[in-house]
Ligand binder design. Structure first.
Ligand SMILES: C[S@@+](CC[C@H](N)C(=O)[O-])C[C@H]1O[C@@H](n2cnc3c(N)ncnc32)[C@H](O)[C@@H]1O
Length: 262
C-alpha cells in the first residue's frame, strides 16, 4: 500500500517545509522560475501550499496561482495557509491528478512541480500534461530528489541499507532526476538551467527535514516488510544522536527549468 497524504501527513509535511533548509529550497525555486507580476501559474502537487502562497505574492496584484493536489487534506492545509497569509484571493485550489490536469491548453505562464513526480507512476503522462497547459514560451520548474544521494550516519550500515531500500520501494520513482532532462525533451520542452540543492543537517533536530522524515521512513520500511524491531532500532539510533558530531544527514534535490517552445 503506497503512502497516503492524509491529515497527519499534511501536518508533518507542513512542519518540515517550514524549516530554514526547505525555505531556502523554495527561494532557489522562485529565483529559477522568475515569476512576474500579472502572470498566471500552476503549482502541481501543492501540498501544504507554502510555494503557492509565495508565488501568489510575486504575481500580485493582477496575476494568480492555481494550486492542484490529489489530497483533500493537503488542500485544506493550503487553504488555511493562503487565508493566514492574506493571499486567498490569489490562490485557487483544485483537487485533481497531475496526469489529468483539468485545464485548457496554454492556460499558464508557468508551472511548478516540487517533490511530486517521485510519487506519480505515469511521470511521462504527467510531464506531457504540464507541457500541454503551458503557453508557448512558458516555463516549467521541476524539483525532485535522487535518494541515491542520501548520506545518513547510522550505527548499523546494513540495517540502514535495508530500511532505506524498503522505504525507496514505496516511491514510484526514487531516482528520477538523472532521467528528467530526457523526459522533459520527450514532453516537447526545451531543458534550460539545472542545479543541485543540498539539504544538510549536522545535528539532530526533530523539527528539521531529516528529523521529520525518520517516522514516515520507519513506517514505510515496515509496510515494505522490514521487521518492526529493526525499523524501531534504526529510528532510535538516529534520534539518540544528540551529542556533538554524532549526526550527519544530507540529500540532494535537483532543480530543472524547461521552456515550451513558442
Ligand atoms: C512531498 S509533497 C510536496 C508538496 C509541495 N509541492 C512542496 O514541495 O511543498 C507531495 C505532494 O504531491 C501530491 N501528489 C502526489 N501524487 C499526486 C498526483 N498524481 N497528482 C496530484 N498531486 C499528487 C501529494 O498529495 C502531496 O501533497
Amino acid at each position: 500500500v503506497a503512502r497516503k497524504f492524509d491529515a497527519a501527513a499534511a501536518a508533518r509535511t507542513a512542519r518540515m517545509y517550514a524549516t530554514p533548509e526547505i525555505a531556502e529550497q523554495r527561494a532557489r525555486t522562485r529565483a529559477a522560475l522568475g515569476a512576474r507580476p500579472g502572470e498566471r501559474g500552476l503549482d502541481i502537487g501543492c501540498g501544504p501550499g507554502f510555494l503557492s502562497c509565495e508565488l501568489a505574492r510575486e504575481v500580485s496584484p493582477r496575476g494568480g496561482v492555481v494550486a492542484i493536489d490529489e489530497s483533500a487534506d493537503m488542500l485544506v492545509a493550503s487553504a488555511e495557509r493562503a487565508r493566514q497569509e492574506a493571499v486567498a484571493d490569489r490562490v485557487r485550489l483544485v483537487r485533481g491528478d497531475a496526469t489529468r490536469l483539468p485545464f485548457r491548453p496554454a492556460s499558464f505562464d508557468f508551472v511548478v512541480a516540487v517533490q511530486v513526480y517521485l510519487y506519480v507512476p505515469d511521470v511521462v503522462g504527467a510531464l506531457a500534461e504540464a507541457a500541454r497547459v503551458l503557453r508557448p514560451g512558458g516555463r516549467l520548474v521541476v524539483v525532485d530528489t535522487d535518494w541515491e544521494s542520501c548520506v545518513w550516519l547510522t550505527a548499523d550500515p546494513d540495517r540502514h541499507r535495508q530500511v532505506m531500500e524498503a522505504r525507496l520501494a514505496d516511491f514510484a520513482h526514487a531516482h528520477l532526476p538523472p532521467q528528467l532532462p530526457a523526459l522533459l525533451r520527450r514532453a516537447g520542452l526545451v531543458p534550460g538551467p539545472a542545479s543541485a540543492i543540498p539539504v544538510l543537517s549536522l545535528s539532530y533536530d526533530p523539527a528539521s527535514f531529516s528529523g521529520g522524515i525518520i517516522e514516515p521512513t520507519k513506517e514505510s520500511a515496515v509496510r515494505q516488510g522490514v521487521p518492526r524491531a529493526d525499523a524501531e532500532a534504526w529510528a532510535a539510533d538516529l534520534r539518540g544522536r544528540t551529542g556533538d558530531g554524532d549526526y550527519f544527514f544530507s540529500v540532494n534535490r535537483f532543480l530543472f527549468v524547461a521552456t515550451r517552445p513558442g
